[in-house]
Ligand binder design. Structure first.
Ligand code: ACM
Length: 562
């Protein structure tokens, strides 16, 4: 009896122990599931992919994980190495990258170029994550790069830490993604004239763009307040034109104007600019240089007064706004501009050259007898037609060099150059007019995509340009106006946001103004209209903020209103 009791008790005890053990295992399992579930729910890919199916799988990257690329595929190898380097820096372990035509059955990340998958275009990719294999494939290297960016965003945000982070399980939730961009032009602009930005920051800016799958960096290199690119034939452009004696403090309309009494300036040597072009190329970003003409020319005319209309010696501008000094239209000035653009084209191999064309005040042209004489000689009606003549003449030169010209929407005034692409900034109307006359258009309207404006209450926000463009307004921007026919809409090749730097006196302020708005821009230009959702985007942003934190980005802590 006793024995039996004992036996029973033992059995019970054994069974109780086993039960506890099962319950414990069950809870651990549940916890793992919940964790996996949480990670699955917490997927924050920005921009939102074209299509994504979330599965129950989960891949864990560990020191034994292998990255495999096809033999002889140098670009895939380079991109795979970028992923491996991320782990090296943050996880403290090395993942080997191997070029091979075979791969292990499990614990492998595969990067492959499949040339005949034309549905992916030049920039699309497919990404499959199962328990055993992560496979990204694309028709072109750019697609692999974007697939790699998506893998980074599926990983814990800690992957963006520059320093090792402990106790992280590097899980990638199971997904089946097919993704490609909506627009071919996905741009971000930076004005380095109002405030000069160091080379290292330009690289960071390019990294930020790459993370958002943006592909065109519009580098605003010349303006009234500074000429920022070395031109070997005209050294005074940077010796004189890159420097101003002081800068305005406060808002442009504050009276009286106050100045900081501190010289400001800087420029990029051609070697440095080429370094940026290469850095950007490695991240599938094209650099678009902008050389302003015929207005916004104060710094150039300060360097070489014979380029101007009055012939007077002037100073590089020290405050903001538009200025009366404008290039004259002598052949010697066109020679100068062509020589400058020849050097610029040698540095920047991209398809497009931006010639500005905005806000050219024509008072000096009106007042000059020589200019009026030229207008009559050319049989032109007025100064608008003279600007059109100017721009068309530059376009001819640019086209003869095998490149395409872009100008701000003022180049529509007086007649558009035959092959010009228009950047529509004053609104969308210039873009609509250009598209209707079969010209390509990039939408960058001041009302939605100018990141120099406030993102919050001006009373509590740091100084910015007048205007209120919160994250949600950026997100809501639709680049294709509903008034265009399907054929005309084809001419809207994309959109871009502008970061004018009057009120961005250093790199931290640039980050503050640009972030988090760059994340909203990314969905505007990449994600199909049908998958865009403010609610989902807002839900994804906390993880994006965490990434920004690890990257050290000084972003604006904006509310994510419903
Ligand atoms: C511009 O904002 N003036 C293009």
């Amino acid at each position: 009896m006793n024995n039996m009791y004992l036996q029973l008790t033992r059995n019970r005890m054994i069974s109780v122990k086993a039960h506890c053990c099962r319950v414990f295992i069950f809870f651990v399992f549940l916890l793992t599931l919940t964790n996996a579930g949480a990670q699955h729910k917490n997927i924050s890919i920005i921009p939102q992919p074209e299509s994504m199916k979330i599965t129950k799988s989960r891949f864990t990257v560990n020191p034994e994980t292998k990255i495999i690329v096809h033999k002889g595929d140098a670009e895939a190898l380079r991109i795979a190495n970028m992923l491996a380097q991320k782990f090296q820096a943050v996880a403290g372990f090395t993942i080997t990258v191997t070029a091979a035509d075979e791969h292990p059955a499990k614990n492998a990340i595969l990067f492959s170029i499949i040339q005949d998958d034309s549905s992916l275009g030049d920039e699309g990719y497919r990404l499959s994550v199962t328990d055993s294999i992560v496979h990204v494939n694309a028709a072109r290297p750019a697609g692999l790069f974007y697939g790699m960016q998506t893998i980074l965003q599926l990983l814990p945000a800690e992957i963006e830490s520059p320093q090792p982070v402990e106790n992280i399980v590097w899980n990638i939730p199971g997904v089946e993604i097919k993704d490609k961009p909506r627009f071919t032009w996905r741009g971000m602009h930076l004005d380095v004239c109002r405030h000069f930005m160091p080379l290292d920051f330009i690289k960071k800016y390019i990294d930020y763009m790459a993370m958002h799958k943006l592909n065109t960096f519009h580098w605003h290199l010349t303006d009234d307040q500074g000429w920022r690119i070395e031109v070997k034939q005209y050294p005074l452009l940077t010796k004189i034109g890159a420097w101003r004696k002081e800068s305005l403090i406060g808002y442009i309309n504050d009276t009286p104007h106050r100045f900081d009494n501190t010289p400001h300036g800087g420029f990029y040597t051609q070697e440095e600019a080429k370094e940026i072009v290469q850095y950007a190329k490695e991240r599938f970003i094209t650099v678009l240089p902008e050389i302003e003409m015929p207005g916004h020319a104060t710094a150039a005319i300060a360097a070489y007064p014979w380029l101007g209309v009055t012939g007077k010696q002037i100073d590089v501008a020290t405050y903001w706004g538009v200025f009366p000094d404008i290039f004259n239209v002598k052949d010697s000035t066109f020679d100068f501009l062509e020589n400058v653009l020849t050097e610029v084209m040698d540095i920047f191999p991209g398809e497009y050259i931006h010639i500005g064309g905005d806000e050219a005040i024509k008072d000096q042209w009106k007042a000059s007898e020589a200019i009026q004489q030229k207008i009559r000689e050319l049989g032109l009606k007025d100064e608008h037609e003279l600007q059109s003549y100017f721009v068309k003449r530059m376009e001819k030169f640019i086209n003869a060099k095998g490149r395409k010209m872009i100008g701000w929407d003022e180049i529509l005034e007086g007649g558009l150059a035959p092959n010009a692409t228009v950047m529509s900034w004053q609104g969308i109307e210039g873009g609509i007019a250009a598209a209707k006359s079969h010209h390509d258009v990039i939408m960058t309207p001041i009302q939605s995509l100018y990141f120099w404006t406030y993102q919050g209450d001006p009373k509590t926000e740091p100084l910015a340009a007048e205007g209120y463009i919160p994250l949600k307004k950026v997100y809501a921007f639709e680049p294709i106006p509903s008034t265009l026919s399907a054929e005309e809409a084809q001419h809207i090749i994309g959109a871009q946001a502008c970061a004018w730097a009057e009120y961005m006196e250093d790199t931290k302020k640039v980050e503050y103004m640009v972030f988090p708005r760059m994340s909203a821009l990314a969905e505007v230009v990449w994600s199909p209209a049908a998958v865009k959702s403010w609610k989902r985007f807002a839900a994804k942003m906390p993880k994006q903020f965490k990434r920004y934190d690890y990257m050290g980005i000084n972003y604006a802590k904006v509310p994510l209103s419903p």
